[in-house]
Every structure is written in structure tokens, then in C-alpha cells.
Design a protein around this ligand. Structure first.
Ligand SMILES: [Zn+2]
Length: 331
């Protein structure tokens, strides 16, 4: 591409961003983050990239927590133009080590959603355990036997093959019920001859309650993300109460403050339903977030849409300036 073409396309892009930003100024956008790292790491956002994003937000946007936005909307108060909410899922220690210092430096708030049995170090988040198993086995292939769907051979020699195996195993795990998934992963550990400790390995470690208390005292809102991160739409009412109300009670007991924000584990449309939402409301949560986006961003405070953001600054700018919001409106 010639310099002139590059300059013209950059100018068009910036003009488009500016226009989209103005057209969607009154619609707050909710960003969704997961994992952070010191340097470049697969599926994690580096501190450098996160700092760059936060600097951009600090300069030209208003960053509020999810609860602050909903509270203002409920009371009919005006929301500042160009409002952004930052959310981080699961409760990994890398939030505390890498992302929190950046937020603290720029004095910006965020909401983090924690899985309480994970924080209590009673369990691994199951996709992490599957990743650990495929990355630590000495076998160079495995057979995935899927109930009713036949067998599939998964090679495990290269990093790419192990990642593809992880994706296939995750897809299968999401498709079966909670107990079947736990049993399947236990069997997978035996089949792959990998020993796993009851507590997550260091690279998948949760934040401590002490760290959560510290961030909660410094502008970070703590929300709940269930106790064990199940697919909630597969559970009955009693199990839903244990997962949803249980996670709220546990955080409130440890942090001594009311917890109002919930986030659906996995968060796709099929991962929650009307019963799940009803239990979330009955448990006293004033907001709940999903993990996808469409035009109904703020139509229901218990199904708020979010935009996933990662190490791609152009995509990040599209999200914060409302290009994605506009294309959802037009879809
Ligand atoms: Zn999650």
C-alpha cells in the first residue's frame, strides 16, 4: 500500500471513528477483559497494551462502574457522554499483578467478577484444567469419545495441535452437563496420565481475599460470577440459588460490603435463561452482564451486553468509539 493510500485510509478511519463517537455518545459501552500478562503471552493482554488502552480512555472518555451507570439510568440522571465501563471476569491473580496497578495509576474504576470457590482455592476453572492437561501430557495424541457423536482423534505434538485439542475439548465440555463435565475432566487426567493438584497451578492462580479487599478499597467494584463457573442454564432452581446467591453471600461475608453486580459464566445466550435471570434478581443483584453484544445493550439491566477487547488497538478504538454499537443497530 502506498503512503498516500495509507494516509487516506487512516484519515477515513479516524473520520469514521469521530462520527461514530458522536452518534453513540449517549450509549455507554461495556468492555470485557479476562487475562493479563507482563509481556506478550498467548490469550493474555500485556501490561503495555492495557496501559495504552487505559491512557486513551483517560484522555477522551468517562469511565464509570457498571453499577454507577445503572444506578444513574434507573434514577433518570443524565449519563456523561462517551461513558465506558471496564469489566474483568473470573478473578485471576494476573488482574491484581498487572492490570490493577495501571487502573490505580490512572485513577480509573472497573468491575471485576469473581468465581468464589476459585478465590477460595477449592477448584480450578475447568477450561484451565483442560489446558493444563493437554499442555502437560507426554502422549502425542488422544481420542475424544463424544457421547452419541462418535470418536475424534486429537494430535498433541505441536503447540497449535494442543491448542486445537483444547478448543475441541472445551466445545465438548460446554455441551454436557455440570457433573458429566467434572467426571469427563477427571477421566481425561487419567487418560493423559497427568497429575493435577487440587489447587490451580500458578499460571492459573486466583486473587487472594486480601488482594480483593485491597482493590475494593481503591475504586474497584467487586461483582459475583457464581461459585464454580457452571453453565447456569443446565441447573435446577436449588443449584442456581447455591451458585448465584451463594457467591454473593461469600463475597459479602469476606469484604463486608453489599455486592450488586453479577456476570453470567460463559455468558452466551444459551448459557442463561429466564429461570437463571429470575434467581439472579431474587438474590438481590441489581445488574447482570452477558458476554456478547447486539443492539439491546441496556434494554434489560440483568442482561447487559459487553464487547470483548484484546490486543488489537484498531478493534479497541472501534469499540470505544461506537463503530461496533452502530453496526449492531444497523444489523
Ligand atoms: Zn468466566
Amino acid at each position: 500500500m502506498s503512503l498516500k493510500t495509507t494516509l487516506v485510509s487512516t484519515a477515513c478511519m479516524l473520520g469514521g471513528f469521530h462520527l461514530a463517537k458522536q452518534l453513540t455518545a449517549g450509549t455507554p459501552k461495556v468492555l470485557m477483559y479476562h487475562r493479563f500478562s507482563d509481556g506478550e503471552e498467548h490469550r493474555k493482554l500485556s501490561v503495555a497494551a492495557f496501559s495504552r488502552q487505559i491512557e486513551i480512555l483517560k484522555r477522551g472518555y468517562n469511565v464509570l462502574t457498571i453499577s454507577a451507570i445503572c444506578e444513574a439510568m434507573r434514577q433518570g440522571q443524565p449519563i456523561p457522554k462517551h461513558t465506558i465501563a471496564i469489566t474483568v471476569d473470573d478473578g485471576y491473580d494476573d488482574f491484581y499483578r498487572f492490570a490493577y496497578p495501571v487502573l490505580k495509576h490512572y485513577e480509573l474504576p472497573a468491575t471485576i467478577y469473581v468465581t468464589t470457590d476459585f478465590i477460595d482455592r477449592k477448584l480450578w476453572l475447568w477450561p484451565d484444567k483442560v489446558a493444563y492437561l493437554v499442555n502437560h501430557t507426554r502422549l502425542n495424541r488422544m481420542t475424544l469419545s463424544m457421547e452419541g457423536l462418535g470418536d475424534r482423534v486429537l494430535p498433541l505434538t505441536t503447540t497449535t495441535e494442543r491448542h486445537a485439542a483444547w478448543l475441541a475439548l472445551n466445545d465438548y465440555c460446554v455441551s454436557i452437563n455440570h457433573q458429566a463435565r467434572l467426571d469427563f475432566i477427571d477421566q481425561l487426567a487419567r487418560d493423559l496420565a497427568v497429575t493435577v493438584t487440587p489447587e490451580p497451578a500458578d499460571e492459573y492462580a486466583p486473587m487472594s481475599w486480601e488482594a480483593l479487599c485491597e482493590v475494593a478499597a481503591n475504586g474497584i467494584e467487586i461483582g459475583a460470577h457464581s461459585r464454580t463457573h457452571p453453565v447456569l442454564s443446565t441447573l435446577d432452581r436449588d443449584s442456581l440459588r447455591a451458585e448465584i446467591q451463594g457467591s454473593k453471600t461469600r463475597i459479602e461475608q469476606m469484604l463486608l460490603q453489599p455486592i450488586n453486580a453479577f456476570c453470567y459464566p460463559n455468558g452466551q445466550r444459551e448459557d442463561y435463561n429466564d429461570l437463571v435471570k429470575q434467581v439472579v434478581i431474587e438474590s438481590g443483584f441489581s445488574t447482570a452482564t452477558a458476554a456478547f453484544h447486539d443492539k439491546a445493550i441496556w434494554e434489560d439491566y440483568h442482561e447487559i451486553r459487553r464487547y470483548s477487547v484484546w490486543n488489537d488497538l484498531i478493534h479497541f478504538r472501534k469499540v470505544i468509539n461506537g463503530v461496533e454499537t452502530l453496526s449492531d443497530r444497523l444489523a
